[in-house]
Design a protein around this ligand. Structure first.
Ligand SMILES: *[C@@H]1O[C@H](CO)[C@@H](O)[C@H](O)[C@H]1NC(C)=O
Length: 482
């Protein structure tokens, strides 16, 4: 989700040497991966892929030629195509968002096929681990959709990535759209951002698109205020799999068995602790400093609370225990007479299939982020009927209400101090109010549970896959009809 991370992470990935099309070779890669080739063979495949890219015909041409010879059955289908291009094989924020749309459309659109669906990997490097970890159904669907044959003039392309990846891309990736914009029926950019504005280059790239889809009203205003043509900006919310994230389906994960105690001591001989859970990448934007300070100043050992952090590195090492101790030592937070309230870190990989069980083990979810695009963990927690404390700014304002959560007030706006978006503004959530809210949630469990139930109702009503699939289908149908 964070554009600045693109292209810099996983060591296990390849660099594309060319901007030519390579769908055919991607298929070869898929096959290679699914037959569990060894590492050596993996590099051979890369070589093969490189060779194919430089010699094979362009994907869409390949697809177009294919469609001339396709079986009579497909004539019954619509000739229109939606080619969804996203980091499907990367496992980042945009990738998982794209999967959620594709699965929603596939499951809920088949009865009314006003267009056919095709996918293409674009926008970030592939991760072998991610592909291997995908459920069998998703892999099967990926094969199927990679083979959909489309004609350029009848294709609506969705470029689902950060604008820097759009044609012409600022880094090595298959460009989106794959040739000039005018070759396609329409080209849509799907993107978002976590600060108060969009930089001028991204604005230019957005205005080259026929439409720009953003997930929230927050983005509609920040994009328009930054100079994106208002007639192009369309809000399309993000789906959440409410059947998968269903609290009735799971037994809580035994978190004590996978979490490391990094501060304080275990609550022994007490009734079980009130568990606050937070899920985030270890970066300043996520406000982990605000969370730790609020929690440690508000609670002590005798309060019977515990804070569990599921985190992973973001351009850092994995030694979160020491980062937390360093933070506490360099702050002026004093250890309470009764001892620290405990903090646990979960830094092992939690399989997607275990994620609902982790939420199930918590009493409340808390993350005082400075800025979010959409905020997947909030929505997942809400779908799991957890009371959520989240900063009342940026993307999450799309779904946080006083009835379904605890929106955390903002003290002031502050400047982004590092990275390519230096000078943009984001929010500084209130430490004082976060302390009050955490205490309040813990002391009013019935109210908190009622908010959690309302949260799930709202997620089902607004963001369940069939609802969002219908929103997408309607927009695309209107575009095709034009
Ligand atoms: C959250 O922000 C909205 C404006 O975006 C405001 O109307 C609302 O009162 C705020 N809620 C809280 C609890 O601060």
């Amino acid at each position: 989700m964070n554009p600045s991370e693109t292209n810099q992470q996983c060591p296990n990935r390849t660099k594309f040497r060319t901007f030519a099309f390579y769908s055919l070779s991607i298929l070869v890669l898929f096959l290679a991966i699914s037959f569990s080739f060894t590492k050596t063979n993996y590099y051979k495949v890369q070589y093969l892929k490189y060779t194919l890219t430089t010699t094979s015909s362009p994907t869409l041409l390949f697809r177009a030629i294919g469609s001339l010879f396709s079986s009579p059955k497909s004539i019954l289908m619509s000739s229109h195509c939606v080619l969804w291009m996203a980091p499907f094989l990367s496992g980042g924020g945009y990738g998982s968002e794209a999967w959620s749309y594709i699965l929603a459309l596939h499951q809920h659109h088949v009865k009314i096929p006003s267009f056919r669906l095709a996918i293409e990997h674009h926008g970030d490097l592939e991760s072998l681990e991610f592909w291997e970890g995908l459920p069998r159904d998703a892999k099967k669907l990926a094969y199927e959709l990679f083979q959909t044959q489309c004609r350029m003039g009848e294709t609506v392309v969705v470029c689902h990535s950060e604008p820097g990846a759009w044609n012409p891309p600022l880094f090595e990736t298959l460009p989106c759209p794959p040739t000039v914009y005018q070759n396609f029926k329409y080209v849509i950019g799907r993107t978002m951002f976590e600060t108060d504005r969009v930089n001028p280059d991204h604005v230019k790239r957005c205005n080259r698109m026929d439409y720009v889809w953003v997930p929230t009203d927050f983005h509609v205003s920040t994009f328009v205020e930054s100079g994106v043509d208002p007639s192009k900006v369309v809000k399309i919310v993000q789906p959440i799999d409410v059947k998968f994230f269903d609290p009735l389906k799971y037994e809580p994960l035994v978190v004590a068995s996978i979490a490391k105690l990094v501060l304080g001591s275990q609550n022994i001989g007490r009734k079980s602790a009130f568990v606050f859970l937070s899920v985030f990448k270890w970066e300043y934007r996520k406000g982990w400093d605000i969370l730790l300070e609020s929690y440690l100043r508000e609670f002590s050992k005798v309060d019977g609370v515990a804070l569990y952090l599921l985190t992973n590195p973001y351009h850092t090492d994995r030694d979160f225990g020491n980062k937390i101790l360093d933070f506490v030592e360099s702050s002026d937070i004093e250890e309470p007479d009764n001892g620290w309230a405990p903090i646990y870190v979960i830094d092992t990989h939690i399989a997607q299939s275990d994620l609902p069980r982790l939420y199930s083990a918590a009493d409340a979810f808390v993350l005082p982020s400075r800025g979010e695009g959409w905020g997947r963990p909030f929505v997942e927690a809400m779908s799991m009927s957890l009371p959520v404390i989240a900063t009342n700014w940026s993307g999450p304002t799309e779904y946080l209400t006083d009835d379904n959560s605890y929106p955390l007030p903002v003290d002031r706006m502050s400047e982004v101090l590092e990275g390519p978006f230096k000078g943009h503004l984001w929010a500084e959530p209130s430490i004082h109010k976060l302390r009050v809210l955490m205490r309040h949630v813990m002391e009013n469990p019935n109210e908190a549970k009622a908010k959690g139930r309302k949260a799930r109702e709202d997620m089902i009503r607004r963001f369940s896959p069939e609802i969002v699939a219908e929103i997408v289908r309607e927009h695309i149908q209107n575009i095709i009809r034009k």
